[in-house]
Design a protein around this ligand. Structure first.
Ligand SMILES: [Zn+2]
Length: 335
C-alpha cells in the first residue's frame, strides 16, 4: 500500500514538475541556481559575508548566460557554453588562452566547436581585475556568470560533438539528463561541499575539469542505450491522449516516470555528483580570483547594517547546508 502511494506521489510530482518545467536550458535554472548558492555557502569569511549579502542575485543571475543565448539570440554567447573536444584533437597541445585559440582556429570553427574552457579563464581574469578594483556590480555579475560556465563544464554533453545524442540515435538525452532528472530527483540531492580552496594553476584546473567531465560522455550515453534495449519502446516516453510522446516547448520528448527512475538509478548519482563538483569548483574559482587580486577588503562595499542583518540568515542557512540542503530553494518552484 505504502509503495503504491509513493509511486502515485512520484508520478504526480513528475508530471507537475516536468510539464510545467521552464525552458530546457543547460542544467536548467534548477541546477545553475543550486550550484551558485552552494558555492556561496562554501566560501570562508570575509569573502562569504560579501557574497551572502547578494546571494539572491548570485543565485538568480546564474541562468542569465543561457537567456542571452536563447532569448536574445546573441551569437557571440553560443560558443561560450560548450566545447566539442573531439574536433580539437589531443588536449595537451591545445592553445592556453582565447587569444591563442583565435590565432589557431578561424572564427567559424570556434563558433561551431565552442570555446568554453578559454572563456572560463577569460571571465576569471576579468573577475580578478574587478576584485582588485573593488567594483561591486562587476564582481557580482562576473562571479554569477563564472558559476554558470563552470556548471556547463561539469555537464558531460557540453564537451562532445554528440551533444544531444544526435549521432547515436538518442536525441533528447541532453535535456533529459540536465533538466528533467534534476527537476524530478533533485530534492533528495545532498549539495554540501567543503570550504573553498586555492587553485594554483587555473588553466590546468580548467582543463582537468573539462577532460574529466568528457570521460563521462560514453557512460551516460551507454546507460541510456542499454536501458532502451530492455525497455518496451512505448514506455520510454510520456504519451499524450492521442498516443504521441509529450514534448517540451522545445520539441524535446519527455521521458516517462518509469524510464526516468530507472535511468537515474543506472547513473548511480552522476547528476548529483556533477552538480556538487560544479559548486565546489565555482567556490574555488571565486576564492582564487579574490586571493590573486590581493585579498581586497570588501566590507565597506555594503552598508554595515546589511551585513549584520544577514548574519542571522547566513548562520541558519549554513546549518541546513551541513545537511546538504539549501534554504529558500525548493524543488517544486523557483524563487
Ligand atoms: Zn550554459
Amino acid at each position: 500500500m505504502k509503495k503504491k502511494f509513493s509511486q502515485i506521489a512520484y508520478r504526480l510530482k513528475f508530471f507537475t514538475l516536468v510539464l510545467i518545467a521552464p525552458l530546457l536550458l543547460s542544467w536548467g535554472p534548477f541546477g545553475h541556481e543550486r550550484i551558485n548558492r552552494s558555492a556561496t555557502l562554501a566560501l570562508s569569511a570575509p569573502l562569504q559575508s560579501f557574497f551572502y549579502n547578494h546571494v539572491d542575485f548570485i543565485t538568480q543571475e546564474s541562468s542569465v548566460p543561457d537567456l542571452r543565448k536563447y532569448t536574445l539570440n546573441d551569437n557571440a554567447e553560443k560558443p561560450r557554453h560548450f566545447i566539442d573536444l573531439e574536433n580539437f584533437g589531443v588536449s595537451d597541445s591545445l592553445p592556453v588562452s582565447l587569444i591563442e585559440a583565435k590565432k589557431r582556429y578561424n572564427e567559424k570553427f570556434l563558433q561551431q566547436n565552442g570555446i568554453l574552457p578559454w572563456y572560463i579563464e577569460e571571465i576569471m581574469d576579468k573577475l580578478t581585475r574587478a576584485f582588485k578594483e573593488r567594483r561591486k556590480t562587476e564582481i557580482l555579475f562576473l562571479a554569477a556568470d563564472l558559476g554558470h560556465y563552470l556548471g556547463d563544464a561539469y555537464m558531460p554533453l557540453h564537451t562532445t560533438v554528440n551533444h544531444d545524442g544526435q549521432l547515436t540515435n538518442q536525441k533528447g538525452i541532453h535535456g533529459f539528463w540536465e533538466s528533467q532528472l534534476p527537476e524530478v530527483f533533485g530534492d533528495k540531492y545532498n549539495l554540501f561541499i567543503d570550504n573553498a580552496v586555492y587553485i594554483q594553476d587555473v588553466s590546468k584546473e580548467t582543463w582537468r575539469i573539462i577532460n574529466s567531465t568528457h570521460m563521462l560522455v560514453d557512460t551516460l550515453l551507454q546507460a541510456d542505450r542499454q536501458l532502451k534495449q530492455q525497455f518496451p519502446a512505448d514506455k520510454v516516453y510520456s504519451i499524450d491522449d492521442s498516443g504521441n510522446p509529450r514534448k517540451t516547448r522545445f520539441n524535446v520528448p519527455i521521458h516517462s516516470p518509469e524510464y526516468s527512475l530507472q535511468y537515474n538509478h543506472k547513473l548511480n548519482g552522476m547528476v548529483e555528483r556533477q552538480m556538487r563538483l560544479a559548486a565546489a569548483a565555482t567556490a574555488n574559482f571565486w576564492y582564487t580570483a579574490w586571493v590573486n587580486a590581493g585579498k581586497p577588503n570588501l566590507d565597506d562595499l555594503d552598508p554595515a547594517y546589511q551585513t549584520k542583518r544577514n548574519k542571522t540568515n547566513l548562520h541558519r542557512e549554513l546549518k541546513l547546508f551541513k545537511h546538504g540542503k539549501l534554504f529558500d530553494i525548493k524543488s517544486e518552484k523557483e524563487f
